[in-house]
Design a binder for this molecule. Sequence first.
Ligand code: GUN
Ligand code: FE
Length: 430
Amino acid sequence: MRKEEKKADTFILKGNICYSKTEKEVTTIPHAYLLCRDGICQGVFESLPDDYKEYPLTDYGDALILPGLVDLHLHAPQYAFTGLGMDMELLEWLDTRTFPEEGRYGDMEYAKKAYRIFTEDLKKSATTRACVFATRHVPATILLMDMLEETGLQAMVGKVNMDRNAPDYLCEDSPEKSAEDTLKWLREVKGKYRNIKPILTPRFIPSCSDRLMEMLCEIRREYDLPVQSHLSENKGEITWVKELCPWSAFYGDAYERFGMFGGDYPAVMAHCVHPTEEEIALMKKNRVFAAHCPHSNTDLSSGAAPIRRYLEEGIHVGLGSDIAGGHVLSLFQVMVGAVQASKLRWRLLDETQKPLTVEEVFYMGTKGGGAFFGQVGSFEKGYEFDAVIVDDARLQTPRKLTLKERLERVVYLSDDRDIAGKYAAGRRII
Ligand code: GUN
Ligand code: FE
């Protein structure tokens, strides 16, 4: 009996294995064995170790096996309008597209339909982990968590807090009501899930009154929660934060003064497109993660984030689709977008900051963002076992490519049709 249990938790995948140890290079090992025990990666081996010979092995032939991709920032309710309204900047887009759509999630029938589409598509993608914004509604947020739990994906999900500068149908009535709903949500989901965890989600400074931020800070401490929000995405937004918080030295400082900017707990800030020097220094000091969302930054004309600079500073950087500010869910496409944005930034804004490489964006979409979840996003021993199998046979070439070249083409050209399997936290989900 014990042996059978052990067998079920221990297995081997065989294929062409590619993963990052550092952002400078991708490790590629052809026709190798990837070992999983109790949800944890035991490493990659060129030949199967003797003590693993009795365990189940899945041979994926000539396919590539990669760490599952990590989407460090997206809005589940916004999936319903991806590709629409891409002719506006952030603040106008929030008012005309985003808030009206998010207002619909007070209706559970609508939420069920919309979140079904979202969770099915996320499950089919190469993503295994995500940091997800829901809406301010407690029942629909719990529904989203229930549905994500069923997919087997690993996710942190946040009930959004917003008590100012939004239309009545979406704005929370008071800081007290927002805090009360947050506690209700946290109590209801406590211990409920295996795969899904709550994350505190003040939408952004313009949406949250000072009083609300103070109350959320207490809740954060009491429940020991990580935090996700938005930072320095758009110039108009940054000016507005200065008006709303005249006492703040810079945008990130407004979060910092409310105890919402990392330090002794994980915090991830989306965008970070227009930081000041002081903001960069504080992100570094507090180990704040930057969720780089290149498609969103282009689609909403926000700008081009100084990602090379963040890497030089040793700031953690992951990638985010930022659905629906960004129009694609595919993290491979987000990797491509990150390379492209960095090239335009280099050419047009700052020739001292070299463009990002495929190795670097692959790292960000796996191990870089994965670090927000702990030891995630690599096949080094001790990492949680998230893997995606990509069969690139459709991407034919007249000559044989190296494994590294094949990975590059998978990043640029593959889509969900090419996914032959997916594992999250040691369990097969596709
Ligand atoms: N800032 C505040 N809310 C949002 C949002 O929904 N999307 C983006 N991109 N930025 C935001
Ligand atoms: Fe966002």
